[in-house]
Design a protein around this ligand. Structure first.
Ligand code: PEP
Ligand code: MN
Length: 336
């Protein structure tokens, strides 16, 4: 439930409403806005009888929110959330951010070489998986803690903040000890215990949309993280399952403007996993930025033919440099 106060409501009136909500056994959080203050009501299990609230002085309107997410929504938090990771800022109004790197960390040589190359091409953050959610159990599963150590080394070399996936609740503290942003992969988008655990880790979270998750389910998953007190969540569209087989997944670009309408959280697009095909990555990365994405995540490998995972969708270093050149033009066009 959202309580909208009159434009000229006094702080005394606002406090009286908060007290009334708390007396009902619910939590109230004040949402100051440039136009008026609203009060978000949390903790209710079903419909809240609003009669005692509606009549309080200063109350303009009471809106019942039936969505499964609240703190994630624009109704509760009208201003965009900007997430700061070192010097990097992600969110509405900021220059779009490029996160690049290999699917998996494979060796010191591979990650350091890629980190240096993507940094000098203009990427702002480095990605690389140490714990890999592979479809089958007999393929490369990642270097685990050794991979995290190599990522920390790459950060020391280049200064690039690190994004890496955590797959299990028991590894959240370990991964959080090495990386700047905890990635939740598509396959774990509805692993609710894991979402709660990263919500408590105090680090920004990069939440990828599930393979067949609706936008409502995607935002409800983010709500689990915010509900633990962590509002530093970056959403990522990475393609969804459809009947189409020409691409690995189907990139749902309309998510970008839809998320911007529904939520204050930043939305990034991953055209690598969305398409599965190197030649399709640059056009879809550019389309995502023009659609208003706050960033793109791109897989890059110095020798994709020999990559231990996702070689066919990884850009070569020259391919990435060319894309960055084009992204610079797009940023100019977008006014950044
Ligand atoms: C990844 O980014 O490394 C990854 C495994 O992606 P997704 O979870 O979107 O499949
Ligand atoms: Mn991958």
């Amino acid at each position: 439930m959202l309580i909208v106060m009159h434009r000229n409501a006094t702080s005394k009136q606002i406090s009286a409403v908060i007290t009334a909500v708390e007396k009902m056994g619910l939590q109230a959080s004040s949402i100051p806005g440039s136009e008026r203050t609203a009060i978000g009501v949390l903790g209710n299990k079903g419909y809240v009888d609003d009669l005692s609230i509606r009549d309080l002085s200063g109350v303009k309107d009471v809106i019942h929110v039936s969505k499964p997410y609240k703190m994630v929504s624009r109704d509760f938090h009208p201003r965009p959330t900007i997430i700061k990771i070192g010097q990097v800022e992600i969110g509405e109004g900021k220059s779009p951010v490029v996160i690049a790197g290999p699917c998996a960390v494979e060796s010191e040589h591979q990650i350091i070489r890629t980190a240096r190359a993507v940094k000098s091409a203009g990427a702002e953050m480095l990605r690389g998986g140490a714990f890999k959610p592979r479809t089958g159990p007999y393929t490369f599963q990642g270097l685990k803690e050794e991979g995290l150590k190599l990522l920390a080394m790459a950060k020391k070399e280049t200064g690039l903040p690190i994004v890496s996936e955590v797959m299990a609740s028991e590894n959240v503290a370990l991964v959080a000890g090495y990386v700047d942003v905890l990635q939740i992969g598509a396959r774990n988008m509805q692993n609710f215990d894991l979402l709660r655990e990263v919500g408590r880790a105090g680090k920004p979270v990069f939440l990828k949309r599930g393979l067949s998750a609706t936008i409502e389910e995607f935002l409800a998953a983010a709500e689990y993280i915010l509900a633990e007190g962590n509002s530093q969540v970056i959403l990522c569209e990475r393609g969804i399952r459809t009947y189409e087989t020409a691409t690995r997944n189907t990139l749902d670009l309309s998510v970008v403007p839809i998320i911007k309408e529904l939520s204050h959280l930043p939305i990034v697009v991953d055209p690598s996993h969305a398409t599965g095909k190197r030649s399709l990555v640059p056009p879809m990365a550019k389309a995502a930025l023009v659609a208003g994405a706050h960033g793109v995540m791109i897989e890059v490998h110095p020798d994709p033919e020999k990559a231990l995972s996702d070689g066919p969708q990884s850009l070569t270093i020259p391919g990435f440099e060319k894309l960055m050149e084009e992204i610079r033009q797009i940023k100019k066009f977008l006014g950044h």
